[in-house]
Design a protein around this ligand. Structure first.
Ligand code: KIV
Ligand code: ZN
Length: 471
């Protein structure tokens, strides 16, 4: 008999904490596009932005709340009335809104940044949560810099906000300072000392300054946290946030150590990573776990030999399980619309029939000239086809247009939301630079001969021969 696995809530903050990283800011259409992909990925909560931070952020949160209806949509607010009111204004049309209130609690922050006493901090946190609760049932509270806060005082603040109605207590390692054993102890202390803790969800929010964000988040879960806050590709302030794909795949690959479940559709991980990278123009580090282009490439002769004999020798998860495209699907002039459509989906684009026909015609002309059409060619071609006034609708469901109109977006914006490239020409925001192609370089073997980028996942001998054709 298998024991029931605890369900972990995946709170994605790519659009808020992730967007704060240098070079990763996104406009409204880009945020909408990513929010739809996060929905497909199956995350439970999308933190869509920080509505008081700018009008752009406010509008983005509002637009996402209007069209992305399955996940909870969260908006960030400092522990003060204007922030909370603005967050609520952006969220009130959401199917499942959450106000996320934060206030620093460490002495360093109280003394130098906020210039308030501990007593004032407790009162401000309590009042802010009470006010948020008067607007919204679902309220999350974060004591910023929790891991450098006196644990006794931290528990006092947390007890006060639980009394005031907080439903999730998020424990941020704001500066990426903690280590797994210490963070697990902190979660245990909170579970033991905060009154009313059994009524709320404990969450972990880890930064990667010492490269331990994922390890810390997993340690927190093992100690009783039931929500993890994370970002695609681990983007975020400074060294980034805990990476969503690493947390999810650690749980999926090591259920013996992490017997937890998430709602994440792991096959959507690669597409999510690509969409983000394409939108921001920030490439994924080649050796990045799970989503880097080398994550499933084997080059060393000994490894290739092992994988040829049995993939289990060097593979702990299959490329297919995270949605890495099947290299056996070589795209050339004999390929059909079906294969083309599948590859487009793997790259993060979904097209209706007409749009796919458009792409297909151009694809055949290109394939005639260059024989094998690689992913980067296809991305270029998609962008070309998506010059203004196209009918293609990558990633944005048709419903987006109607819903966007319902929240007062002009028709042009709604159309733009449905067509990212068109959005650049119709929105008021400055026209973004043309997106750079996703940098998928050919992988070569030790002799410089090209290897297919990703291999089939059936782990059958014959297929491995194909994969290793360059040896
Ligand atoms: O890192 C942090 O402390 C945060 C909070 C706002 C949750 O991002
Ligand atoms: Zn953070």
């Amino acid at each position: 008999m298998t024991a029931e696995r605890a369900r972990i809530t995946v709170f994605d903050t790519t659009l808020r904490d992730g967007e704060q990283s240098p070079g990763c800011s996104m406009n409204q259409q880009e945020k909408l596009r990513l929010a739809h992909q996060l929905d497909r990925l199956g995350v439970d909560v999308i933190e869509a932005g920080f509505p008081i931070a700018s009008d752009g952020d406010f509008e983005s949160v509002k637009a996402i709340a209007a069209v992305v209806r399955r996940p909870i949509i969260a908006g960030l607010a400092r522990a003060c009335r204007p922030d909370i009111e603005r967050a609520w204004e952006a969220l009130e049309d959401a199917a499942r809104p959450r106000i996320h209130v934060f206030l620093a609690t460490s002495d360093i922050h109280l003394q130098y940044k906020l210039r308030i006493t501990r007593d004032q901090c407790v009162a401000q946190a309590r009042d802010a949560v009470r006010f948020a609760k008067s607007l919204c049932e679902d309220v999350e509270f974060s004591p910023e810099d929790a891991t450098r806060t006196d644990p006794e005082f931290l528990c006092r603040v947390l007890t006060a906000v639980v009394e005031a109605g907080a439903t999730t207590l998020n424990i941020p390692d704001t500066v990426g300072y903690t280590v797994p054993s210490e963070f697990a102890d902190l979660i245990t202390t909170i579970r033991q000392r905060v009154n009313g803790i059994e009524k709320v969800t404990i969450s972990a929010h880890c930064h990667n300054d010492l490269g331990m964000a994922v390890a810390n988040a997993l340690a927190a879960v093992s100690a009783g946290a039931r929500q993890v806050e994370c970002t695609i590709n681990g983007i975020g302030e400074r060294a980034g946030n805990a990476s969503l794909e690493e947390i999810v795949m650690a749980m999926r690959t090591r259920p013996d150590r992490y017997p937890y479940e998430t709602g994440v559709v792991s096959e959507q991980i690669f597409a999510s990573s690509q969409v983000l990278s394409e939108i921001t123009g920030v490439p994924v580090q080649p050796n990045k776990a799970i989503t880097g282009r080398n994550a499933f490439a084997h080059e060393a002769g000994i490894h290739q030999d092992g994988v040829l004999k049995n993939p289990l020798t060097y593979e702990i998860m299959t490329p297919r399980s995270v949605g890495v495209p099947d290299s056996k699907l070589v795209l050339g002039k004999h390929s059909g619309r079906h294969a083309l459509g599948i590859r487009c989906e793997q790259l993060g684009y979904q097209f209706d029939r007409r749009a796919l026909d458009d792409i297909y015609r151009r694809f055949v002309r290109l394939a005639d000239k260059i024989k094998n059409v690689e992913d980067h060619h296809l991305l270029e071609l998609i962008r070309e086809t998506h010059k203004p006034a196209t009918s293609a609708t990558p990633l944005i469901e048709p419903i987006a247009e109607a819903k966007a109109a319902a929240v007062g977006l002009p028709a042009a914006s709604a159309a733009a939301a449905a067509t990212p490239a068109a959005s650049a020409s119709t929105s008021n925001s400055p026209v973004p630079e043309p997106a750079k192609p996703f940098p998928i370089a050919p992988v070569t073997n030790a002799f410089g001969a090209p290897l297919p980028l990703h291999h089939d996942t059936h782990h059958e001998h014959q297929q491995q021969e194909d994969y290793l054709w360059g040896v």
